[in-house]
Design a protein around this ligand. Structure first.
Ligand SMILES: N[C@@H](CCC(=O)N[C@@H](CS)C(=O)NCC(=O)O)C(=O)O
Length: 218
């Protein structure tokens, strides 16, 4: 068994968060793809891994963890050498609070099970579901713009070091890219996203790098 195994999916924003954190902490991991578009999260095979029917799931230290924020906090507690949280307790709370703006508020509204319900039970068509996704992503971008505009100027959300707030904003921006939501109205978010794109852990983990045909010739 690999020492650290991530069950994820290329376009899963929550999996992206965990991938980035593992790489920031310098941890080697193997990734198993759970094809959310094919419904593999609902399979009997995946039910052996987790009861949650969702990715990310991380096998590490002889245990199985789920929920991206819980996984990030676990990595922080067990491998504190490269910190993902600021040292000051007030700043730690503020960083968690910013991260939750997408992890708890915006992102849960656009996951496959919600889109499936909109389609199968409420008969919303493709365009309606895309509009739904774009709406909640734009709402989240607006929240991040307001939050970031009140932070002191810094390359990253909480200063010189990337951390959980950056991971959350980065994942939300990746979602905006997947749904073609423009970043132009959100200059602080755009500035942070540009800074994060220069960080290897973010660049290597980005959905565009994992997309199955990303490396295929046209
Ligand atoms: N709050 C969870 C999100 C878990 C989640 O909903 N993951 C999505 C992919 S990003 C998923 O696997 N969804 C399966 C489904 O909705 O059927 C986290 O941050 O880890």
């Amino acid at each position: 068994m690999a020492e650290i195994r991530l069950y994820g999916f290329w376009r899963s924003l929550a999996s992206y968060r965990v991938r980035v954190a593992l790489r920031l902490k310098g941890l080697h991991f193997e990734e198993r793809s759970v094809d959310l578009l094919a419904g593999a999260q609902l399979s009997d095979e995946f039910a052996q891994v987790t009861a949650l029917r969702a990715v990310p799931v991380l096998e590490i230290d002889g245990t199985t963890l789920a929920q991206s924020l819980a996984i990030l906090e676990y990595l922080e507690e067990t491998r504190p050498e490269v910190p993902l949280l600021p040292a000051d307790p007030r700043e730690r709370a503020a960083a968690r609070s910013m991260a939750l703006a997408t992890i708890a508020d915006a992102h849960p509204l656009i996951v496959p099970r919600v889109r499936r319900y909109l389609s199968e039970r409420l008969s919303l068509g493709h365009d309606g579901i895309e509009a739904w996704g774009r709406h909640w992503l734009a709402e989240g971008l607006g929240t991040f713009e307001r939050l970031l505009s009140r932070r002191p100027p810094a390359p990253f959300a909480f200063g010189e070091r990337v951390g959980i707030a950056d991971i959350a904003v980065g994942s939300h921006v990746a979602g905006a890219e997947l749904f073609a939501v423009p970043l132009d109205p959100y200059p602080h978010v755009r500035g942070l996203a540009d800074a994060l794109a220069e960080v290897d852990a973010f660049a290597q983990s980005h959905p565009s790098r994992l997309k199955p045909d990303a490396n295929a010739h046209p």
